[in-house]
Design a protein around this ligand. Structure first.
Ligand SMILES: Nc1ncnc2c1ncn2[C@@H]1O[C@H](COP(=O)(O)OP(=O)(O)OP(=O)(O)O)[C@@H](O)[C@H]1O
Ligand SMILES: [Mg+2]
Length: 305
């Protein structure tokens, strides 16, 4: 407790003495991509959706909250000069995520990276009061510099994922087409409901997206899709991300699918997912303008279902 108080005092003093961080003119929506099941395509989805939005004109911050640091691998980012992992922010040594955000070779895409020390950070956080809200606080000014912040979460419902859920406006849950994955989706949706009741956070499940979808498995796909529809209704998104060798190869090559295989089914699927997410994310009017997204035009284009 005494240590907690000393740290709090040190943070406050740091806040008083450090130069102020300038506020931007944007107002980002924050999208967490999470599931406690491993390997369902969270990072692949986070990276490709982030790149897709940036290509379309949005200013995007991609935040890696997984100690495995797979975002850096998936985009082949150099973790050398100037790379400060998020731990410094979560532990209160820095005030804002903005202070560790680095530009990438992709226009309008910025990344705040992680590394293995996030494991220790998570353990250290677990003894702190208000541990779930560290990230939310550290995005206060940061969000005014971006249109969209995407958080790639680790495959568990630990303190780091809770931080993402408390900071986020929206949650996207990727799931593969297995019975076990259904349980994973139910777990995270239950967790969100819990957060709503106990912490009154506004996070909303904007969608569940089927990933690694193998069209050949007709019977299994039909059974699992039916269960998903019964459980989650229209929160199950129309877009399905196919099982695709190109997506896997792009990940290994450290490139977004739009650079690695722009004509592949994986690129088309992530483009379609970005289309589907755009109206759900309630981006600011300025961001919608930058994206060339006019809801009235879109409504006229898509026939009522
Ligand atoms: N649609 C897909 N088709 C083929 N391979 C895929 C697809 N999506 C992801 N993969 C591959 O599966 C592996 C796991 O994907 P990814 O890292 O995106 O999952 P994850 O949910 O983030 O995993 P973790 O839980 O470990 O963080 C990677 O090698 C990736 O290339
Ligand atoms: Mg991952």
């Amino acid at each position: 407790m005494a240590l907690d108080l000393r740290e709090k005092l040190a943070d406050t003093l740091r806040g008083w003495t450090a130069p102020p961080i300038a506020k931007g003119k944007r107002q980002a929506q924050i999208l967490a991509i999470a599931s406690n099941k491993g390997g369902v395509g969270k990072t692949t989805t986070a990276v490709n959706v982030a790149v897709a939005f940036a290509r379309r004109g949005a200013h995007v911050l991609l935040l890696d909250l997984d100690p495995q640091a797979h975002v850096a691998t998936a985009l082949k980012l150099n973790r050398g000069n100037g790379y400060t992992p998020l731990c410094a922010v979560l532990m209160g040594q820095l005030r804002e995520v903005l202070e560790v955000a680095l530009p990438t070779p992709w226009t309008r895409l910025t990344v705040a990276g992680s590394d293995k020390t996030l494991v220790e950070t998570e353990m250290a956080l677990s003894g702190k009061i208000g541990r779930e809200l560290q990230l939310c606080r550290a995005l206060n000014i940061t969000r005014s510099h971006y249109d969209l912040i995407i958080i790639d979460c680790p495959p568990n419902l630990g303190t780091l994922t809770l931080n993402a859920l408390c900071a986020a406006d929206h949650l996207l849950v990727p799931t593969d087409m297995s019975a076990l994955a259904l349980e994973g989706v139910a777990d995270i949706i239950g967790c969100v409901a819990n957060l709503r009741n106990t912490l009154a956070r506004p996070v909303e499940v904007c969608g569940i997206v089927a990933t690694r979808f193998d069209r050949r498995l007709l019977t299994a796909n039909a059974a699992i899709t039916q269960s998903m529809t019964e459980l989650w209704g229209d929160r199950l998104l129309r877009t399905q991300i196919p099982q695709s060798a190109s997506l896997n190869a792009a990940h290994m090559a450290g490139k977004p699918i739009f650079d690695f295989a722009p004509k592949s089914s994986g690129a088309a699927a992530y483009d379609a997912l970005t289309d589907e997410l755009t109206p759900l994310l309630r981006l600011s009017p300025q961001a919608q303008l930058n994206l060339g997204w006019d809801q009235r035009v879109q409504q006229r284009r898509s026939p009522p279902s």
